[in-house]
Design a binder for this molecule. Structure first.
Ligand code: SAM
Length: 212
């Protein structure tokens, strides 16, 4: 992503890292079916709550990475892990378009309300496909736009950081998944359309698997 967009995202989420507010847009973690020994990552891990849930379920043999661009969010997440004495986690600073994790390494990729911030969501989905093991699963909650977002909003870093101007249409969202290599995708929950920023969006939670 360009520096202006990454900076706007970091500024917004550095500020929000110290506040009590809900930043998710669905129940991805509730559909994740995490098993002992799982190696997992949460993309856009924020304060780390889903990472902590993942690693609690994955147990001593498991591991969970949080991936984020906001230093303050990651510091809050590390502090939350320390308080719970959870050592098999790591929070890494990495953009979703270029994730600093090896190929074919994860049983589960989770993400909640983050992929919409990317202006290159096709690349993010290719990265998700790359880091999943064959047979690995993704569960993602996100938003999509009811109509194509006009360029003057899409080119505004603050509007993108506010979780709406980067949203893709549902058709484009599924095209990105298909081009990345995911063949069948289930929609697990989907909201009615609602206003966000200057556009209409819906939230959904989707699940899919990298073929064996
Ligand atoms: C709306 S918050 C969601 C946080 C968390 N998933 C939750 O449900 O509470 C989005 C998070 O994604 C991070 N983020 C946004 N765009 C990103 C990108 N391109 N690469 C990595 N992290 C990103 C932000 O810093 C922020 O912590």
């Amino acid at each position: 992503m360009s520096d202006n967009f990454t900076k706007a995202i970091s500024v917004r989420y550095d500020e929000l890292s110290g506040q009590e507010c809900c930043l998710s847009c669905g129940g991805a973690i509730n559909f994740a079916e995490i098993k002992p020994g799982f190696h997992c990552a949460d993309l856009g891990s924020g304060k780390g709550f889903d990472v902590l849930k993942m690693v609690t379920l994955a147990g001593q043999e498991g591991f969970a990475w949080g991936v984020d661009v906001s230093e303050s969010m990651m510091e809050t997440a590390r502090e939350n892990a320390r308080k719970l004495n959870l050592s098999n986690t790591s929070f890494i600073k990495s953009e979703l378009e270029n994730i600093d994790l090896p190929d074919d390494s994860l049983d589960l990729v989770l993400s909640n309300c983050t992929i919409n911030h990317s202006l290159n969501q096709g690349k993010v989905w290719k990265e998700i496909f790359r880091i999943l093991k064959p047979g690995g699963t993704f569960v993602v909650s996100d938003i999509y736009a009811l109509e194509e977002v006009p360029d003057h909003y899409r080119n505004d870093p603050e509007a993108v950081a506010e979780c709406w101007a980067g949203a893709e249409t549902k058709e484009k969202y599924f095209r990105n998944l298909k081009y990345a290599g995911f063949k069948s995708i289930d929609i697990l929950e989907e909201s009615v359309p609602y206003e966000k920023g200057k556009i209409k969006v819906s939230s959904f939670t989707i699940k899919g698997q990298k073929a064996l």
